[in-house]
Ligand binder design. Sequence first.
Ligand SMILES: *[C@@H]1O[C@H](CO)[C@@H](O)[C@H](O)[C@H]1NC(C)=O
Length: 309
Amino acid sequence: MSDTIKNVAVVGVLSSKGSGNLGTAVVQELTKAGFNVTVLTRKGSPSTLPPGVASREVDYESVDSLTPALQGQHAVVSTIATAAVRGQHPLVDAAVAGKVSRFIPSEFGINSRILGTSAIGKILQGKVQTLDYINQKSKENPSFTWTGISTGLFFDWVSIHGLEHGSLGLDKSTKTATIYDSGSEAVQTSNLGFIGRAIAAILSDPSKTVNRYITIASFNPSQAELLEIVERETGEKWNVNHVTTAEQEKFGLEKLGRGDYSAFSNLLRKRIYEDGAGLAVKGADSANSLLGLEDEEDLEAAVKAWLGG
Ligand SMILES: *[C@@H]1O[C@H](CO)[C@@H](O)[C@H](O)[C@H]1NC(C)=O
């Protein structure tokens, strides 16, 4: 049997929040790379698909509904939102039953394999357990393989959605930067199109990433570096608020204690911006070159696009 991947099912493209935007970028890049893409959609969800992309309605909770939809598919890419990650088990079972050869689960964030006892690990258990489950299925069925991809923050998405969603600490409407700790920690970030190209590269040469968890980044800017670029580009000093990651962790844990999952943003800041966090993805830690992608995308151009948008 040939290992060539041609038909790819993408999940999570139409979700209204968050990673739904990643799904759209993934469909675009896979289509551009010549894959035959089918988007799985929830029954009754409104469909606004790119032209030329097929779709198929499924019930994500039902292996019986998913299996026929996955028969004939060589790969499944799941981009569903973090909150729904736990619900991927029927999709995994159906992928095994449908003889899918590569499963790419909805990771696409910080590296979930090294969370240890960090507070954010409490929120990301769905990802951890889903990947453990996939790995178990792959051991039982060696022709079913997986690749996990950590991308860090979605740079272009986060910068569009701004502080509210989390994360770069820059608000261009008020020209204010919120700097966590010293602001000098390098932070793993990726643009959505870059993530799409990484997935296309994985599926074009799947033998390189069999049952592997890889980490990639468009670039790893520190907040100080971003502030320097926006000040240079706007020709103005920005207002700067200093905040500690210890305080972010405290807020996050308080929220979590109340069952408020917006704790995620606070705990994420603690995880990635803390001085010495050490989560930048460079050199040997980066799979960019393994996938034939550039070492780094152009940070200045990405910041300029954000300022101009
Ligand atoms: C594209 O994928 C669909 C769904 O799996 C399949 O029915 C169709 O035959 C494929 N087209 C080509 C050209 O392989």
